[in-house]
Design a protein around this ligand. Structure first.
Ligand code: TNX
Length: 534
């Protein structure tokens, strides 16, 4: 593809001019003399769709208020979230007040006429008199808050008082996402992660405008969600993990708390129960789910492809119905992911027969199917999404099967393993992670275009992108941090930013500025030599 270079070039020259720009606002006598440069407008990740810099910056002060339409509960909550982000480092009170009760400051407003901004778009206007964020819907205000936050110096992310000045460059950003589906997947099966650990990840994803949290809730090594009608799934199937640790599972209240927290960050939780393969934890918990009626031992290794639900047995579909019903009831979001990858122990005929029976169950409980792209080798239900996880070297025939499904109406979520898998090692020296899909350094993970990844797949068939984080080798939040950062922001940018902004040279500069921000947030990221870290 030939990206238009205008915006990236503009942004990188603005970045270089950052120091000079910061001087431009300091003519006024009241302006503090020293402090970090004003971050050029739009030098954020993901790159905004349209940036018009100009005019003096806004400077937050002790008197700054966050103004919202106090009759609107969501606007109020977003105002409180923003103030909560900014208070610790600025030390300012930042009261959240009704928009009529003050002037200037930071105004968050919903405009019913701003339909062009869609569900998630926003406009940010900044000048000496204040900052106004306008959106058509609350999610747009929330996304805009992330841009506003990244315009401030990185030290704003610290939880103790720092010295300012706290300036936001002048001008206008108008921004809407390229794709509606911008996901991150966390595998809580291979290693279990607590509710607090998941919340930490949700907060990190929010900064980059991710809107789907896909939780891989079951696999051979662990079943992580309580199902009342099949209690041994969690009690027994959740009792271990890779390496033989204690595992764990979410009670329904735990899970509701994750869903609630994700919703507060405008992320939709996509639960996955992987079937018919990747089911050893279930097969260990209930003997009757096995074709031979013998329960399997729990599994703590990292092989794949050895387990399968028993496709010919009726009890299999009682199990699926119960699990899908209980999970759908916990899920306010649209989607339910049924896995379907690496079913190497299921014949093709059985696989297709299984998917023919299971997809209508998902529909019966009001949800839309997502499956890994092997689903396109069966018969995807109308409206289903398929998640492509192939590689450059995946056969042309397999790619064409996915592209053909896309042309026939199956939405495609792109998670190419040799680009978007956050568990791949960066280089041969990366201590954590796997390398079956190759090494994936930061440039490789960012430098591709969703529209041209699969020949013959029209962009209109692409639902979006997702970055999966498989956890065979990852057992702590610090491990997640190392592998997700700094690659996750790049995948988030591919999902959000217009193709015309795609440019490695300008991206690496904007990413470099995320280094101090991630550090301030306590994220120990991979300091890739490809990025000139600030
Ligand atoms: C492939 S991707 C898998 C997972 C592994 C992952 C490790 C996919 C749908 N299946 O079972 O955890 O590779 O990178």
């Amino acid at each position: 593809m030939t990206p238009r270079r205008t915006l990236p070039l503009l942004l990188s020259s603005l970045l270089l001019a950052g120091a000079a720009l910061s001087g431009s606002g300091s003519g006024a006598a009241a302006e503090p003399a020293a402090g970090p440069a004003v971050r050029p407008l739009g030098a954020v990740v993901p790159a905004p769709a349209s940036v018009t810099p100009g005019g003096e910056p806004y400077t937050l002060g002790r008197g700054t208020a966050v103004r919202v339409d106090s009759a609107d509960r969501e606007s109020r909550a977003i105002g409180r979230y923003l103030a909560g982000l900014l208070r610790p480092a600025t030390g300012y009170p930042l009261p959240v007040v009704d928009d009529d009760a003050a002037r200037g400051g930071i105004l968050l407003r919903l405009d019913p006429r701003a339909t062009a901004l869609g569900d998630e778009g926003y406009e940010l206007r900044s000048g000496p008199g204040g900052v106004t964020l306008t959106a058509h819907a609350p999610a747009g205000l929330f996304r805009g808050v992330q841009t506003l936050r990244q315009q401030l110096p990185a030290a704003v992310e610290r939880r103790t008082v720092q010295s300012g000045p706290w300036r936001i460059a002048g001008g206008t950003v108008t921004d809407t996402p390229r794709f509606a589906y911008r996901g991150a997947m966390l595998d809580v099966s291979r290693h279990f992660f607590t509710v607090d650990q998941v919340k930490r990840y949700i907060d990190q994803l929010a900064l980059y405008k991710i809107n789907k949290l896909h939780l891989h809730l079951s696999d051979d090594q662990g079943w992580r969600i309580a199902i009342d009608s099949w209690p041994r799934l969690a009690a027994h199937g959740g009792s271990t993990q890779v390496g033989g640790g204690p595992g764990g599972f979410y009670s329904k209240d735990d899970y509701r708390e994750i869903v609630r927290y994700a919703a507060s960050r405008y992320q939709e939780v996509v639960p996955e129960i992987d079937m018919p393969g990747h089911t050893n934890a279930a097969l260990a918990s209930y003997a009757e789910l096995n074709c031979d009626g013998v329960a399997r031992p729990l599994y703590t290794g990292t092989e794949v492809g050895f387990s399968s639900l028993c496709v010919p047995k009726e009890v299999t579909y009682d199990f699926v119905d119960d699990v899908v019903r209980e999970l759908a009831a916990l899920t306010p979001g649209r989607y339910l992911h049924i896995g379907g990858d690496e079913a190497h122990s299921t014949s093709h005929a059985d696989y297709a027969a299984f998917m023919d029976r299971v997809q209508p169950v998902v529909a019966k409980y009001g949800k839309t199917v997502i499956g890994w792209h092997q689903l396109t080798g069966a018969r995807p239900a109308p409206g289903a999404l398929a998640q492509y996880w192939g590689l450059d070297r995946t056969s042309a025939a397999e790619k064409e099967r996915v592209a053909a499904a896309g042309r026939a109406g199956t939405g495609i979520v792109l998670s190419p393993a040799d680009r978007a898998y956050l568990d791949m090692k960066y280089t041969k020296d990366t201590p954590l992670g796997l390398s079956w899909a190759g090494y994936v350094e930061v440039r490789r993970s960012y430098d591709w275009d969703p529209a041209t990844l699969l020949p013959g797949l029209p962009e209109t068939a692409i639902a979006g992108v997702e970055a999966p984080l498989w956890t065979e080798t990852l057992s702590e939040s610090a491990h997640l941090d190392r592998m997700a950062f700094p690659r996750l922001p790049g995948i988030a940018e591919l999902g959000w930013s217009p193709a015309a902004t795609h440019d490695w040279e300008s991206y690496r500069l904007r990413l470099a500025a995320q280094g101090p921000r991630l550090s301030a947030l306590g994220v120990d990221f991979h300091r890739s030599p490809q990025v000139p870290w600030e």
